[in-house]
Design a protein around this ligand. Structure first.
Ligand code: AMP
Ligand code: MG
Length: 405
């Protein structure tokens, strides 16, 4: 049977970059940039006044001058008036361009301005500026024109949107959202608006996976097939040709109604593995159609479905949008209590996570009644990956953690 490491490698081997689309900037939030965004001007684009106060020449202050005649007022957004006489000063506001002839700003808090009867206004500097350039945000001190600000592959959050806006990017080229078919299989599964008979249940996995795909930046539509080889024969091929990925749940174990592996093979999907040395989620089947979708056929027990989704499908969905990102960075947590797991398989252990005041992330195992215990996901925030080669895990052990909350 395939190890978790080998399964991960095979899943990621099917990653190819999705086509791109060009979106208006506000619509690009949460998407992956597929072009580089460069600075069209210096950052800041001019010597920007950083405090409300007066602009003057530092050389005059250095020579002992503390009184300056105020010859004007300059607001942000105004073209600057040069300061030709170093004995004079201008009142100036934050965001204004520093005028030629001035190199320093003294804030209002450090100046007294006296109004004389003849209308002259004289500023007395009470707190001397420590150096030339004080309170000036110097042109190009942050970034230079032409610098790459957002490399291809950047996830666009509010800060990235602001940077794109400041360089005038009205539109951005981003990866298309992966298009996913979410398919439940099983005769016992009914739609939500249907009253289940005593031996039936609702199709919760489809809604879980659809929500998860949306959260990962994809878009997903739901389908359902009964445990009927003919229905699968008819229903699967169109999905394999219309979607980037097909996420199935149920029908991949050893049961007499688990028809999916055969149906997928018949539909031309090449199996890359069936069965992973892991718990939960051992029956996971994975394959790829040569001209079509990548297929994640996940076992139907809800915790198995979800853990397999988080561990394999979610990284795949990110990777197809962000192919320049070579590897996802692992997160680690500290096991809060001793834990033993004997079977020689990788164990995904549901945990709640708490950060401690000394900066550690503590993982407390959650009680779960096996992989059918959907409600055990509620108090959990993720799962630890306990390696197959080890069975005793003392409190304090540092382990990779997959967070879903
Ligand atoms: P299977 O993998 O088909 O053997 O199903 C394993 C268990 O998961 C069974 O108890 C199924 O009823 C349950 N199950 C399968 N699919 C779903 C689903 N879409 N929503 C909720 N439970 C499911
Ligand atoms: Mg089933």
């Amino acid at each position: 049977m395939t190890t978790v490491e080998e399964a991960t490698r095979l899943v990621l081997s099917t990653v190819r970059s999705l086509p791109v689309e060009r979106l208006p900037l506000p619509d690009a939030l949460g998407r992956i940039l597929r072009e580089a965004v460069t600075a069209d001007r210096d950052f800041p684009p001019f010597n920007r006044v950083a405090m409300d106060g007066i602009a003057l020449s530092y050389a005059a202050v250095a020579q002992g001058q503390t009184q300056f005649e105020v010859v004007g007022m300059q607001f942000a957004g105004q073209s600057p008036t040069p300061l030709t006489n170093p004995a004079t000063t201008l009142e100036i506001m934050t965001g204004a361009m520093l005028p030629p002839g001035a190199d320093t700003v003294v804030r209002y808090e450090d100046v007294d301005i006296a109004e004389h009867t003849d209308g002259r206004r004289v500023a007395t500097v009470r707190v001397l500026p420590p150096k030339a350039g004080h309170n000036v945000h110097v042109q190009a001190s942050d970034r230079h024109q032409g610098d790459v600000l957002l490399p291809e592959g950047t996830l666009l959050g509010p800060a990235e949107v602001a940077v794109a806006a400041t360089v005038g990017a009205t539109h951005l080229v981003v990866a298309q959202r992966p298009h996913v078919a979410v398919v439940s299989t099983g005769d016992e599964l009914v739609e939500l608006d249907q009253a289940p008979l005593p031996y039936q249940i609702r199709r919760s996995n489809s809604y879980m996976l659809q929500a998860a795909v949306w959260q990962a930046g994809g878009r997903a539509e739901r389908f359902h097939f009964n445990d009927d080889p003919e229905a699968l024969r008819q229903g699967l091929p169109p999905l394999l040709h219309q979607y980037d990925a097909v996420l199935l749940s149920g029908g991949v174990s050893m049961g007499k109604a688990d028809f999916l592996p055969a149906a997928l093979a018949e539909a031309g999907v090449e199996q890359l593995f069936h069965g992973v040395q892991q718990r939960p989620g051992k029956p996971f089947w994975f394959g790829q159609h040569p001209q079509g979708a990548v297929v994640f056929a996940l076992p139907g027990n809800p915790v198995s479905t979800f853990v397999n989704y988080c561990r394999y499908a979610a990284p795949w969905l990110r990777a197809v949008q962000q192919p320049t990102l070579p590897q996802l960075e692992a997160t680690y947590a500290v096991l809060a209590a001793d834990f033993t797991f004997n079977p020689p398989v990788t164990h995904f252990l549901l945990v709640s996570l708490h950060s401690t005041s000394d900066g550690r992330l503590l993982a407390t195992p959650e009680r779960a009644h096996g992989s059918g215990d959907l409600a055990s996901l509620l108090p959990s925030s993720g799962f630890l990956e306990l390696p197959a080669a080890q069975s005793v895990f003392p409190a304090g052990t540092v382990l990779p953690v997959w967070r879903f909350r």
